[in-house]
Design a protein. Structure first.
Length: 316
């Protein structure tokens, strides 16, 4: 908790406001925007858009503020110190919307579940050999009661396996707690999973994309209703640029591999081996409804949210 508060304070101080640029004519009302970005494969499109000047083509200057957990950027988003969170896990932001904590909106999907882009890993010499061995064991997740436990609970439940005990450990620290035996397994997303396999010879016991959560929406680019209402042209311009970059990422793995070393700790030669998420070029109401239904089943939401109201659609 203290570490999260410190990171949030640094984030707020580091942003120093995004500026009130005045867009003339039909351009964006606010030309300079700040995106809190996670060091995950989920946000490859953000960096592709910057490298290929897709934001610039839309009249935007985008600054990226690194953050380790999207929840740490919530205060900055609420106070307007960042405008968008890239790699924002949908579970947190759907819960915030339902509770009225923060009226968030999805500008664009960023990542959907795909084979081995999230894996449950154990030490090479662990006695845990298969999913059923995880019942009652300590498993590290990046955030409690969130996308990792949600998907793993669903996968183990379908197989008739009891749930593990979850421990909250940020992705960058999972290797050390696993190595010291403080947890029995870690649920790691890429590129951290590849790093753990490389450094600790960790092995996979569950592919995070197993049924019934294959292809599930995981994260995306989230802002607030307030930002969209105040800067509708800016929001639409950002969405167009990200959608174009998502289309590149979906078709050109090489573009993703080129982007990854620039904002993660993955080495260039390892980028070709990691499990990537799916990068949808367009957001889907039907797919988001799958996530909402699963959250309802596990009581992470108390009522059904309308996915069409959550997804931002510019007025034409």
């Amino acid at each position: 908790m203290a570490a999260a508060a410190t990171v949030t304070a640094v984030l707020l101080a580091g942003c120093g406001g995004s500026g009130e640029d005045s867009g003339g004519g039909g351009g964006p009302e606010k030309k300079t925007i700040t995106v809190a970005g996670l060091p995950l494969a989920d946000v490859a499109a953000l960096h592709i858009a910057m490298d290929r000047r897709l934001f610039a083509k839309e009249g935007l200057n985008v600054r990226v503020q690194p953050v380790q957990q999207s929840v740490q950027a919530l205060p900055a988003l609420a106070h307007g110190q960042v405008d968008v969170i890239g790699g924002a896990n949908f579970v947190t932001f759907l819960q915030a919307r339902e509770k009225g904590t923060l009226a968030t909106r999805v500008l664009a999907e960023g990542a959907r579940n795909a084979p081995h882009m999230m894996d449950v890993l154990v030490p090479a010499d662990s006695k845990i050999k298969e999913p059923r061995d995880l019942a009652g064991k300590k498993v590290a997740v990046n955030i409690l009661n969130n996308i990792q436990s949600l998907t793993l609970n669903a996968t183990l439940g379908k197989a008739g396996v009891g749930r593990p005990e979850y421990r909250q450990v940020p992705f960058p620290q999972m290797g050390s707690v696993l190595e010291r035996g403080q947890v029995d397994a870690v649920h790691a997303a890429e590129p951290f999973a590849t790093a753990l396999k490389r450094d600790l010879k960790a092995r996979t016991v569950v592919d995070g994309n197993a049924a019934p959560v294959a292809g599930l929406p995981l994260s995306g680019y989230v802002t607030t209703d307030t930002f969209i209402d105040k800067y509708p042209k800016t929001a639409a311009a950002f969405q167009r640029a990200i959608s174009a970059a998502q289309a590149v990422a979906a078709k050109d793995r090489g573009a993703v591999e080129k982007a990854l070393p620039g904002y993660t700790k993955i080495k260039p030669e390892e980028a070709a081996a990691i499990g990537l998420p799916d990068y949808p070029a367009t957001s889907s109401v039907a797919q988001l409804k799958r996530l909402i239904s699963l959250m309802r089943t596990q009581k992470l939401l108390t009522k059904d949210l309308d996915p069409a109201a959550v997804l931002y659609q510019p007025t034409r």
